[in-house]
Ligand binder design. Structure first.
Ligand code: SAM
Length: 295
């Protein structure tokens, strides 16, 4: 963005010098902090910034497909600004916001309103809840309704955790027990979604990629990125189910036209025996799918 001014309007000649008549101002003079307290429809008294200011910062970057990152999200004003700017100029910018679930203390005057706000929406008293609520509210105010989605209003929330896959750490006193325990690599307390998103990270897939699921042969099969990755995390696959499960998955992939070779993933411990696992791999191979993995 550039500011232009005519020299004869902003300066005068004094002797041999050209002197500026009044200060030029800055790019931020017009940005108002007046209505900031209610901006975004959330309470946050810890350095909330105006959407108009962040939008202007975003405009310094000419790439309207940019990924905008804010490590100190606070009330989520950066996400709000990205949505607004996309709405205004038709850009496809995305945002990544990071916010610790920093507790809000109701007895602390500067945090009281934010804590009460969390109570009012029935969420735990922490800043990350305010960030998420603002993004929801900002999205709901963009143009378009439930039937006409003009802009992407969605977001996914991730929490940092250890891997879903157990690290090999055997007990020297009980090797047999350790081996037994590692017949299942996946931690018991993790959901299918946890495993799915770790897979996306490990395969280098975009975390915002489309994830669909459907029932194939009484098992949930996930289709990620239009057939780039197919995952079945069922805990039990019997020999007599192999053929129909594989065929159902193959039929689904064929409707997708994936951008890259499909990776197919199963839970290793699900197979009734090694023969079942070898057979399902062979069926996929016969249909031209060679990238079969198990967890
Ligand atoms: C000033 S606020 C951000 C305000 C935000 N721009 C807005 O408009 O609402 C700073 C945020 O950074 C977070 N923060 C501060 N120090 C941090 C750290 N060391 N690591 C991660 N987050 C931190 C705080 O939780 C706080 O929410």
């Amino acid at each position: 963005m550039r500011l232009w001014a005519n020299l004869n309007e902003i300066s005068e000649i004094k002797g041999n010098d050209i002197v500026i008549k009044s200060p030029l101002g800055t790019m931020w003079n017009d940005i108002s902090f007046a209505a900031l307290a209610n901006e975004g429809d959330v309470k946050f008294d810890n350095g909330k910034k105006p959407v108009s200011m962040i939008k202007r910062l975003l405009q310094f970057c000419e790439d309207d497909n940019a990924i905008v990152m804010d490590f100190f999200a606070g009330s989520g004003s950066t996400g709000h600004a990205v949505m607004r700017l996309n709405e205004e100029d038709g850009g496809q910018r995305r945002y990544v916001l990071v916010q610790l679930p920093e507790p809000l203390d109701i007895s602390n005057n500067s945090q009281k309103d934010a804590a009460l706000f969390c109570d009012s929406i029935g969420k735990p008293r922490n800043i990350a809840e305010i960030t998420k609520e603002r993004l929801r509210r900002a999205g709901s105010k963009l143009r378009g309704d439930a039937t006409e989605v003009l802009f992407d209003k969605g977001f996914r929330v991730f929490k940092l955790d250890s891997s879903n896959v157990k690290a090999w750490d055997p007990s020297a006193q009980n090797i047999e027990g350790s081996i037994e325990e590692y017949t299942e690599y996946i931690r018991h307390d993790r959901s299918e979604n946890d495993i799915l998103f770790e897979l996306l990270l490990k395969l280098g897939l975009d975390l915002s990629v489309k994830v669909e699921s459907k029932d194939v042969c009484d098992k949930i099969v996930y289709n990620i990125g239009y057939g780039v990755l197919l995952v079945c995390l069922s805990t039990s696959i019997n020999s007599n189910e192999i053929e129909s499960l594989a065929q159902g998955m193959i039929d689904w992939i064929k409707t997708q036209n994936p951008e890259t070779e499909t990776v197919i993933v199963f839970r290793d411990s699900a197979f009734e025996n090694d023969v079942a696992k070898t057979n399902i791999t062979a069926i996929f191979n016969q249909h031209g799918f060679s990238n079969i993995r198990s967890l």
